[in-house]
Structures are given as structure tokens and as C-alpha cells.
Design a protein around this ligand. Structure first.
Ligand SMILES: [Zn+2]
Length: 172
């Protein structure tokens, strides 16, 4: 039931067929996500339903679930973070088509042929990550590491890159 998904998919063709895909995707190949992880990359569980809607748009409605280990920004220890997000995409082949998309659908650019599944899933995971991951108050060993907060405030936080990217993505 939870098969490994194909590496690349052709969303337009799958939409024409009304296909459904469900399976696992390894996180280890995700170049933007892996540097944020504080432990083994693991896998994401993905469901995708492809369809042609009443407007003639080829759509992909899906859900991504994963547990990732991030670094608590208070105590700098690993913190398990659940990602569980839905996505609603429409296949576009050009910026013109992208601008015409109705509200509620994000563009899935297929202008360059088959889409790497890992990249699609990575985008959705990155959008679902907290910008400042931390343990709940009761589970955090912040007291023992308070000095590190100050030391780290001056250095680049990897999550600041994530925030820039999320802002950009949401403006599109
Ligand atoms: Zn903590």
C-alpha cells in the first residue's frame, strides 16, 4: 500500500487519467531540507489525487506527512517535528497560465517536462516547517544552554533562509 513513489511524474498525463498515487519518498535527497535536519532524514508519506477540474485545469490535490528532527532554537537539542500539510496545485506551462490561476491553487510548473517527486514534496515540507522550532516548555533543557542563545543570535540561523523562501513562495 505504501509503495515507493516514482522519481519523476508527468502530472498532466496523470490528471488526464484521474490517477491517484500514494507512497513514500526518502528525505535524504532533498538538498534544501537536509541541512536543517538534526538527525536521520527518514521518509515522507505522500498522497496525491490528479484530476481535470470543471475549468479544465489539471489539478493535484495532496497531503504530505513526515516526522523530521530539527534543532530546538532554545536548547539546541533535536526536537521531533510533525509535518502534516495539504497542497492544492494546478499544472501550468508558462507564467501567463500561472497568473490566471484561481485563488486556492498554487502553480506546478511543468514547462520542463516530468517533475521530480522529491522536489515537489520537499517544497511542501519546507512550507510546513516552523520557523523557530522548539520543544514545548516542559520538554526543553533551555536552562542548561542559555548561554548558547546569545552566542547563536550573532550567527546565521539556517531557518532565516527558510523564512525568506517561504515568504517568496507565498507571494507568488
Ligand atoms: Zn529545547
Amino acid at each position: 500500500m505504501h509503495a515507493v513513489l516514482p522519481e519523476r511524474i508527468d502530472p498532466a498525463r496523470l490528471a488526464d487519467k484521474g490517477a491517484r498515487l500514494q507512497g513514500r519518498v526518502a528525505l535524504e535527497s532533498m538538498e534544501r531540507l537536509v541541512p536543517l535536519l538534526a538527525g536521520e532524514p527518514g521518509e515522507a508519506e505522500v498522497e496525491m489525487a490528479f484530476a481535470v477540474d470543471e475549468r479544465g485545469l489539471r489539478t493535484v490535490h495532496g497531503r504530505v506527512r513526515a516526522e523530521v528532527l530539527l534543532t530546538c532554537q532554545r536548547c539546541l537539542q533535536p526536537v521531533a517535528t510533525q509535518v502534516d500539510g495539504e497542497f492544492h496545485l494546478a499544472v501550468v506551462a508558462s507564467p501567463t497560465e500561472e497568473r490566471r490561476l484561481p485563488e486556492g491553487l498554487e502553480p506546478l510548473d511543468c514547462g520542463e517536462g516530468p517533475v521530480p517527486v522529491a522536489q515537489l514534496v520537499e517544497d511542501e515540507i519546507l512550507l510546513g516547517l516552523p520557523l523557530v522550532p522548539s520543544h514545548p516548555d516542559s520538554g526543553c533543557s533551555r536552562e542548561t544552554a542559555r548561554w548558547k542563545d546569545q552566542a547563536d543570535a550573532a550567527t546565521d540561523n539556517p531557518f532565516s533562509v527558510l523564512k525568506d523562501w517561504q515568504d517568496k513562495r507565498r507571494q507568488e
